[in-house]
Design a protein around this ligand. Structure first.
Ligand SMILES: C[S@@+](CC[C@H](N)C(=O)[O-])C[C@H]1O[C@@H](n2cnc3c(N)ncnc32)[C@H](O)[C@@H]1O
Ligand code: SF4
Length: 382
């Protein structure tokens, strides 16, 4: 049986950023001991389903897990190690905001077992950080990055581009500065306006205007080319790393491997008794907490995925990767050859249009295909 990844969701933030539609919430106070106990209970529930499988990576995502008490992180990691065997080189990542308060906790997180951090720097321009509603300025973010570099073997940070008014000429120096600050990994996301966020009505009202499509495409191409030239090629649409330094945890998702999802709103994909199942937790923090306290876990029963759902998910995930999907992996996961599971005419038309490549080894979305992956998937899967 293949290795397992473990995701733990911490749903709280100091303030809600206007662009963010993650399951993140602001609360005046939280009872952390109660939350800790619930996370441990939920871990135990999933360990019961996956006992004996080795854990290759653990990821504390959010929300803002760097706001967790180090004691909570340590207790969760100790319990995980008691419930599952951990691979000797297990990757343990914690997501965080680059503020001084949180940087002061980095050493404690390190002692708890965290060996990789991913920080939401978002921009290297104070005006842009203000627009994005961030609670830190560039100076504070750089100081937190310094602490991360000194404390953890591995660190990454996030940037958001295609912001209002941005041009290739203004983005290039910012990107070069990011390259100079980067370690082995960088995530660079194009700003998207998500329904239900504060940006959605503001954008609809015309309070700000995003760069036009042509500029967005040019910004994406500049990002990919400059990072590749700096030794940080894109291994996924928005993720760049030195070869070998990719985020192992995210690779499990994109390769459609098995992962346990613990905490409010967390998803999981597991192979149980030969069937592929999806697990899903209640999204609202308090609903989840009460469900765990009452029933020992915070979600509904696992749902079996049909072969078609599995095919679609495997393609949606795998085509995000620069390496695409190997024929061997496709067969191993779905028990079918690529050509037997997909419409040959659709593959042929997408290949001719320059959006897909299929050879004797793998199916890959070309850079042009990855840039418009949703449209490619719609044409491929119907
Ligand atoms: C869960 S957050 C990261 C952790 C931490 N809470 C923070 O904000 O620093 C994941 C990342 O997704 C990116 N992101 C979230 N919403 C986005 C949006 N609408 N457009 C582009 N990037 C977005 C941001 O770069 C953010 O750092
Ligand atoms: S971007 Fe990060 S800090 Fe901001 S609301 Fe989302 S999860 Fe919270």
């Amino acid at each position: 049986m293949t290795e397992l990844a473990l995701y733990i969701h911490w749903p709280f933030c100091k303030s809600k950023c206007p662009y963010c539609d993650f399951n993140s919430h602001v609360r005046a106070s939280i009872d952390e001991a109660r939350w800790r106990a619930a996370l441990l209970k939920d871990l135990e529930h999933y360990a019961g389903l996956t006992r004996g499988r080795a854990i290759a990576s653990i990821f504390f995502g959010g929300g803002t897990p760097s706001l967790m008490a180090a004691e909570t992180v340590a207790t969760v990691l100790e319990r995980a190690a008691a419930l599952w065997p951990l691979e000797p080189d297990v990757e343990i990542t914690l997501e965080g905001n680059p503020t001084s308060v949180e940087a002061a906790r980095f050493r404690e997180f390190r002692s708890a077992g965290v060996n990789r951090v991913s920080l939401g720097v978002q921009a290297l321009e104070d005006g842009a950080l203000k627009f994005l509603g961030r609670g830190h300025d560039v100076r504070e973010a750089l100081a937190a990055l310094d602490v991360a570099r000194q404390t953890f073997g591995r660190f990454s940070f996030d940037l958001i581009y295609a912001r209002p008014g941005q041009t290739v000429a203004s983005w290039e120096p910012e990107l070069d500065r990011a390259i100079a600050l980067a370690g082995e990994h960088l995530s660079v996301y194009q700003l998207t306006i998500e329904a239900g966020t504060a940006f959605a009505p503001a954008h609809a009202r015309g309070d700000f205007v995003l760069p036009d499509e042509e500029t967005q495409a040019a910004l994406y191409e500049t990002t990919v080319a400059r990072l590749e030239a700096a030794g940080l090629p894109a291994y996924e649409i928005s993720n760049h790393a030195r070869p070998g330094a990719e985020c192992r945890h995210n690779l499990v998702y994109w390769r459609y491997g098995d992962y346990v999802g613990v905490g409010p709103g967390a998803h999981g994909r597991l192979t149980l008794d030969g069937a592929r199942v999806a697990t899903r937790q209640h999204r609202a923090p308090e609903t989840w907490l009460e469900a765990v306290e009452r029933h020992g876990h915070g979600g509904d029963e696992p749902v079996s995925l049909t072969p078609r759902e599995q095919r679609d998910e495997l393609l949606m995930m795998g085509l995000r990767l620069a390496d695409g999907i190997s024929r061997a992996r496709f067969r191993e996961r779905l028990g079918l050859d690529l050509e037997a599971a997909l419409d040959r005419d659709r593959i042929a038309s997408l290949t001719e249009a320059g959006f897909l490549d299929l050879d004797s080894e793998r199916l890959v979305a070309t850079p042009a295909g990855r840039q418009r992956l949703n449209a490619v998937l719609t044409r491929l899967l119907g």
